[in-house]
Design a protein. Sequence first.
Length: 314
Amino acid sequence: MTRFDFLGKAKFFVPLSVALVLGSVLAMVTIGLRPGIDFTGGLQLTIFYPQDTVLSNDALRAYVAPLLADGPSTPSVYIHSVTAERDLPGQGTTPLVGKIVTVQGASEEQQERLRSALTQPQAEDIPKPIEFSVTDIGAQVSKEIVNRAWQAILVALGAMLVYIAWRFRLRYGVAAVVALVHDVVITLGVFTVAGLELNLPVIAALLTVVGYSLNDTIIVFDRVRENLLAAKRTPLFDNINRAINQTLTRTINTASTTLIPIVILFVFGGAPLRGFAVAMLMGVVVGTYSSLFVANPLLYWWTTTAERARARRR
């Protein structure tokens, strides 16, 4: 069994976690998250061209910019490159190159002008597409999606707090939920700084990360409880450190095997899955860290503070 003083190192890691959380919150307030079309509403056009087409994102952006300039506000335009294969008549399975053009904040007139300009381009350097599809999400739909996303996160955190408080004690539940909030905030901070899009797949990834991180924390807490029952005269500090070391191999193995498919998804998943992969990658790394260096110090601090308060009342 590895013998590492995890709680002793909390004096370094807890300030680090506080700094990361405050930095993430500051970034979200100053820079702002970049909500996807799921949350803002708008138009998403997926356009595919022959494989030998050379069309840069900058050239396409320069082509569509004048089409969106005459309005009360300038819409946001995001362009991603993708690849795909399609069965074309007389050609069989053919590889294609494509662009995903996401426009947020455009009027109906601007959206219609953009559709026409991309399906029947008027510029020589913009080719005619082989395949064209449109996803249109209205403001009312996006508002409902935002409400449901927040409800899902809050209900998940509340249910976890109640269950852990029932199975263990309230202090265990609060420590676990604080660690989960720590993981989500830091992950969102990375999304803010990196300028990545926050969409429904990312929310799904965050909820998955919440479950992963909680599972890791509960394993350690369960061993803490066993050690407290088996060695009641052993100081709490030693019991918690012993529990973390006893579960350390499992924690490392679980994190490592989980990261392998996530890294593969990040490298080969392409632009549509990039946000999901980053959220999962950050969540597993930060979730493993918080299970070791955030949740347990909080549990130790709460327990020792409560014991001192009881001793003073006597």
